[in-house]
Write a protein that binds this ligand. Structure first.
Ligand SMILES: [Mn+2]
Length: 411
């Protein structure tokens, strides 16, 4: 029985506004290493968005290398890591020759082919081509095949997949490539896996938007933001390990489990109520895979709360010392300086303190008069902002609004 751990979206170096998350990232990666040891994991899949930016801070780089070194157990537990839309492909693959000796394979460019051979740890890299790797572990007699689908935008993919199919839809190009790889390599004598960083939905699923959720928009926004369909995944594959969406979810169970493992920490307030997981997988050739989420406990939870008095706010903060929180505060006018000070003094994880004026709540949404529509855009923006936030926009926001406005009217 091959035991696999699937994780994704570490976003090392990511901040929550002015708050660093590095300490929590250290703790949760330590937790993941412990789980891998406890569960006697044979193989780790890391499904992209390893770093949060193309130029990660050195603390984030150091944390990755130290973690992978430990996770790879002196090279005996291979780690296959692909890049996501937040990662620089060059940066992710840079340490590859050295990493490979430790059983760590970084894959981020469709023009890369993993050099084959036997590593010191006894792992044998058998076959590789663009977007594919086959290898064998000394403790299992069967080979493991992985179709590798790191994030790439449409331009990059068309360049690497060849120009002959200029008219083909992006998703069809990928489907064809994956089917070709599966037909060539993935017979039933081995375990066949798919590791990807894309937005996948089940075609026809009315609840899933065709373009990805706003919070997950890729940085390079040239194609590729459209959904790919799980129906396009090859039948030979037994488990699809995905990264990109930060919520744990099984997108489809056809042709096999198609799973987002979730990020290890809640990275934005839209993830406030989500449980974070790694996924543990048991696999064998020819058999349906068994998988289950394993909850991660470390790191600060994120909360969104609403209060209408200082006492209530302070009591809650005292009961929740270890978290990040966004407080909406109901008030008659604005939040006065002493209240504000008292709230911020009570807790070290207050990310936002948002005043909500009581009278605007009673009034309901802003009531516009016909006359108002003749006003210029800036005045309308001020009115809108005041009705939403209960205060005038500051100079920075106004400048930003004017800048956006000038660009949108220019083009
Ligand atoms: Mn992503």
């Amino acid at each position: 029985m091959l035991k696999i751990l699937h994780t994704a979206d570490w976003h090392l170096g990511k901040r929550l506004q002015e708050f660093s998350r590095l300490e929590e990232q250290k703790e949760v990666l330590d937790e993941i290493c412990s789980i891998a040891d406890q569960e006697e994991i044979d193989l780790v899949l890391l499904a992209g968005d390893i770093f949060d930016t193309f130029n990660p801070v050195h603390e984030a780089v150091e944390l990755l290398y130290k973690t992978l070194r430990r996770l790879s157990k002196n090279g005996t537990r291979p780690i296959i890591a692909i890049s996501g839309n937040h990662d620089s492909t060059q940066f992710v693959e840079a340490p590859d020759p050295l990493a490979r000796e430790l059983g760590i394979i970084f894959y981020s460019r469709y023009d890369s082919i993993v050099p084959c051979g036997i590593l010191d740890s006894g792992i044998t890299l058998l076959r590789s081509e663009s977007g594919f790797l086959e290898f064998k572990l000394p403790q299992h007699h069967f080979p493991i095949r992985i179709i590798l689908a790191p994030y790439a935008n449409e331009v990059l993919l068309r360049t690497n997949l060849g120009e002959e199919d200029k008219e083909a839809v992006f998703r069809d190009l990928l489907a064809k490539k994956w089917q070709h790889l599966a037909d060539t390599y993935c017979d039933d004598q081995g375990v066949n896996l798919f590791l990807g960083h894309f937005y996948f939905i089940q075609e026809g699923d009315a609840s899933a938007p065709l373009t990805e959720p706003e919070s997950e928009r890729p940085i390079l926004h040239i194609g590729g933001s459209q959904a790919l369909f799980t129906q396009h995944l090859p039948q030979q594959v037994q488990y699809v390990a995905l990264g990109h969406l930060h919520r744990y979810q099984t997108v489809s169970s056809s042709p096999c489990p198609v799973v987002y493992s979730s990020s290890p920490l809640a990275y934005s307030f839209s993830e406030a109520d989500q449980e974070k997981n790694v996924v543990l997988i048991h696999a064998r050739p020819q058999e349906p895979i068994k998988f289950q989420p394993f909850a991660l406990k470390r790191g600060r939870p994120l909360y969104r709360v609403r209060f209408s008095s200082l006492e209530e706010t302070l009591a809650w903060l005292e009961q929740h010392p270890y978290c990040f929180v966004e407080i909406t505060y109901l008030t008659e006018e604005s939040i006065d300086a002493s209240t504000r000070r008292a709230i911020f003094k009570a807790h070290d994880g207050i990310v936002n303190l948002i005043p909500q004026l009581k009278h605007t709540l009673e009034q309901g949404p802003m009531d516009l008069r016909v006359d108002d529509l003749k006003k210029d855009m800036e005045s309308l923006f001020r009115m809108y902002y005041k009705s939403e936030k209960g205060q005038e926009p500051n100079a920075y926001l106004l400048d930003l609004f004017k800048e956006v406005l000038s660009k949108s009217t220019a083009s």
